[in-house]
Design a protein around this ligand. Structure first.
Ligand SMILES: Nc1ncnc2c1ncn2[C@@H]1O[C@H](COP(=O)(O)OP(=O)(O)OP(=O)(O)O)[C@@H](O)[C@H]1O
Ligand SMILES: [Mg+2]
Length: 298
């Protein structure tokens, strides 16, 4: 394919004085799963609405497989399937009627696979939509999108409201979609899901893109925690480049290090440590740091 699945250029959306989205540029490659993360209100759904042409940007543009999301909406919509954060469905249709209707919207649908998904999500398609629980309503939208052969799946927190078993069913189906060559734009608050599925991750904060890359790259950007214990008082490490949050407790030392660790290690080694542990941030620590980080004006 000549075009990226999604090309977002200088995209902004202002509501009065509020920049819900501020000068976002981001590409999603065909065939990848991109995780789209950020705290509540950081602009994820706004980005998705702009991708779908549901709202007009204040400036900038989105193109989907080379077509403009605003001016070529009809062509764009044939290439994608969408799961909104809260599925707004027709209360008096049954589940299966809703699936039929959504399959007309999505065009190419794999009916055999849809049947498999209905079983896998343990979904009873014969009840009226108004009688479904929140999670079951979410399943309808999800099954409809996953059963489509749309090149691009745009999923806005697709597993909110699903129990862990169903979350697992979603992960399997997302991998199958990727193996089929479909591209997935996945907004999510579930870190384990993002870690398991996403090729790259974009992190938004207050409408601005603050990180873009693989999880591994992000882990490297953040600090390692070093813990060491000694026979006597620990050596002085505060002056070393990249060292922060030094805590000394009796004969043990804990600190964070950002960047090369050689100098710190040689200072610690000269003091003959009894124990030495280095650990990477957990996924939670990493994202708390990313979500909390001040946006640098760059
Ligand atoms: N129609 C609107 N009018 C005014 N402000 C809006 C409108 N839609 C969104 N906003 C504001 O834009 C900002 C971004 O909202 P958005 O829904 O994109 O966040 P989000 O990242 O999807 O959050 P969440 O994780 O809670 O779903 C918020 O401050 C929100 O209040
Ligand atoms: Mg949202």
């Amino acid at each position: 394919m000549d075009h990226d699945a999604v090309e977002i250029k200088g995209l902004s959306k202002h509501y009065g004085g509020l920049a819900a989205l501020d000068n976002l540029s981001l590409d999603v490659k065909a065939g990848e799963i991109l995780g789209y993360l950020g705290p509540n209100g950081s602009g994820k759904t706004t980005t998705i609405r702009l991708m779908l042409g549901m709202i007009k940007p204040t400036s900038g543009s989105v193109s989907i497989f080379g077509y403009d999301a605003q001016t070529q909406k009809d062509i764009v919509h044939t290439a994608l399937a969408y799961v909104p954060g809260e599925a707004n469905l027709w209360p008096s249709l049954t589940g299966i009627e809703t699936l039929h209707l959504l399959s007309k919207v999505h065009g190419r649908v794999d009916l055999k696979y849809r049947k498999k998904l209905i079983q896998r999500f343990e979904f009873d398609p014969n009840r009226k939509v108004r009688t479904y629980s929140k999670g079951n309503k979410q399943k309808i939208a999800l099954i409809a999108a996953l059963a489509s052969r749309a090149e691009l799946l745009i999923l806005d927190e697709p597993t909110s409201g699903l129990d862990p078993l169903m979350e697992q069913a979603f992960r399997e189906a997302a991998v199958e979609a990727k193996n089929r060559g479909q591209t997935i734009f996945l907004s999510s608050h579930i870190l384990g899901e993002v870690e398991a599925l996403c090729d790259r991750i974009a992190v938004l904060r207050s409408g601005k893109l603050v990180e873009l890359g693989t999880l591994e790259q992000m882990r490297h950007l953040s600090s390692l925690t070093i813990e060491a214990s000694f026979k006597e008082h620990p050596p002085e490490v505060k002056h070393i480049n990249g060292v922060s949050k030094v805590e000394i407790n009796g004969n043990s030392l804990v600190c964070q290090i950002n960047g090369p660790i050689d100098e710190l290690l040689s200072v610690l080694a000269k003091a003959h440590p009894l124990t030495l542990i280095s650990r990477e941030p957990s996924l939670e620590e990493l994202f708390l740091a990313l979500y909390g980080r001040q946006t640098e004006a760059k």
